[in-house]
Design a protein. Structure first.
Length: 242
């Protein structure tokens, strides 16, 4: 029998947290992996049936070998429509948001989503206007991350940044004019990383909402890095400090 599935530790956890009504059954490996054990506990807490399978059986269910021992049977439909207000009701110490201020190149958005998935980002937030949105090109470049990381489009980015701050999230913006480098700032607790558009950086109103600004040390001739590359460096420095 064909099963509609979401797979991977990060994606399954988000589904159990924010789209419980779409969750039907958890299929997983019988292992002592701590992250998987947490998901099993969460599923049982939410009264979602848990069934154990071999790795090969999970691969068949997921249609991919990248399931990380965790496959969730779900109802048909789009399962990544999550509102910002829903996410902000469950802010934790390791919550990590990526805010892209006016990134218009779909290849860069796809690359940022892929890095966001790898770094365990809670959600990616983009403005509705003058920014790339989900397209087939974005999905192709994201290589699966478009299905695992919620992409939230907001009408008013400045207002959304205020909501993040009110929920206890520290906003770290990137700017070539910042006094401190990325490696000099303490990056702990719930964080929203704000990255700017290609060439222009974050807008003035966006920068004013940030709790602090950081810059990447540039030792060569070029003035800035591609936004997807800079995003990867920043996200992994946050993870390293954690």
């Amino acid at each position: 029998m064909a099963v509609n599935t979401i797979y991977g530790l990060h994606a399954v956890k988000k589904m159990l947290q924010f789209s419980l009504q779409d969750c039907q059954q958890l299929y997983c490996l019988q292992t002592k992996n701590q992250r998987l054990q947490q998901i099993i506990s969460l599923a049982k807490q939410k009264e979602i049936p848990v069934k154990f399978h071999s790795r090969d059986e999970l691969t068949e269910l997921a249609g991919s070998e990248k399931h990380q021992g965790c496959v969730l049977g779900v109802k048909e439909g789009d399962h990544q429509v999550v509102s910002l207000s829903e996410l902000l009701q469950n802010v934790e110490q390791d919550s990590l948001f990526l805010i892209l201020d006016g990134v218009q190149d779909p290849h860069n958005l796809g690359a940022c989503l892929r890095t966001a998935d790898a770094a365990g980002v809670t959600a990616v937030i983009v403005p509705k206007d003058r920014a790339a949105s989900m397209t087939p090109v974005v999905k192709k470049v994201a290589a699966g991350a478009a299905e695992s990381v919620p992409l939230i489009t907001v009408t008013n980015l400045a207002r959304s940044l205020k909501e993040l701050k009110q929920a206890g999230i520290w906003l770290v913006g990137t700017s070539g004019d910042a006094e401190k480098s990325l490696y000099e700032e303490k990056l702990s607790g719930p964080i929203g990383l704000v990255m700017g558009a290609e060439g222009e950086g974050i807008r003035r109103l966006t920068a004013e909402q940030c709790d602090y600004l950081v810059k990447l040390p540039m030792k060569g001739q070029v003035e800035s890095l591609n936004v997807s590359v800079a995003t990867g460096i920043c996200l992994y420095e946050i993870n390293r400090q954690r």
